[in-house]
Design a protein around this ligand. Structure first.
Ligand SMILES: [Zn+2]
Length: 232
């Protein structure tokens, strides 16, 4: 009998496959989840399974409280972080976590990624934020839940769909989107922005941020009611 979550699992599987294909992870690093908001379930990569061995049947389905709904394997250890974000934010249906090299480099330096150019401004109108470093008390509580809370704290005055990515200090990258496919796209964009910013800062450590009018122009070309980039 086919799984009632087959389509969700297939989308989550395909999105997970794209992570190593885009050079965002080696071995078992990273994970992608896909949300079915109507049914309140999430399909996520199982813990510790390499991408090239991953099958659609391996995907684990949990509810938004983290209870197992379907699957033979244990879900990714980062599942509680994904669930914190899904419960808090409307309109997000895919989340990606990676330790992609350049993004993680900035996270390890505990630095936001400066908005140096229009490639960045096409996707978000501010620096890629970097969370605070987790306190010893928070680590002692529930580490993966606390990681989600750190991200929420960083987004208290941000719109998650306008800034669909974050660096977690000392750790790595999270990105999200209205679909799992868009979440992977944003994770790949994050890595590229991190790489470009690294090159910019290396060539000129005092490089200036993009001027505000250029940021607004590029961001608003692609976002909001007056967007005109691409095909209708
Ligand atoms: Zn991680």
């Amino acid at each position: 009998m086919p799984s009632p979550y087959q389509e969700l699992k297939e989308r989550a599987w395909a999105a997970n496959q794209e992570v190593p294909q885009r050079g965002l992870a080696i071995y078992t690093f990273g994970n992608v989840s896909a949300l079915d908001a109507a049914r309140g379930v999430v399909a996520i990569k199982p813990s510790g399974v390499p991408y090239d061995k991953l099958t659609v049947d391996d995907l684990v389905v949990v509810d938004l409280a983290g209870e197992l709904v379907e699957g033979k394997l244990r879900p990714s250890s980062d599942t509680p972080t994904h669930l914190v974000l899904y419960r808090a934010w409307q309109g997000i249906a895919g989340i990606v976590h990676t330790h992609s090299s350049y993004a993680t480099g900035w996270a390890q330096a505990r630095l936001p990624i400066p908005i140096y150019g229009t490639t960045h401004a096409d996707h978000l109108a501010e620096d890629v934020p970097c969370t605070a470093v987790m306190s010893a008390e928070a680590i002692e509580r529930d580490y993966e839940v606390e990681t989600g809370k750190q991200i929420l704290a960083c987004f208290e005055s941000r719109e998650p769909l306008h800034t669909p990515m974050v660096l977690v200090s000392g750790h790595g990258a999270f990105a999200w989107g209205e679909t799992p496919e868009k979440a992977v796209y944003n994770a790949a964009v994050l890595e590229e922005l991190a790489r470009m910013a690294f090159v910019t800062r290396t060539l000129d450590p005092s490089a200036a941020r993009l001027p505000e009018p250029l940021i607004r122009k590029h961001f608003e070309r692609k976002h909001g009611k007056n967007a005109y980039y691409g095909q209708k």
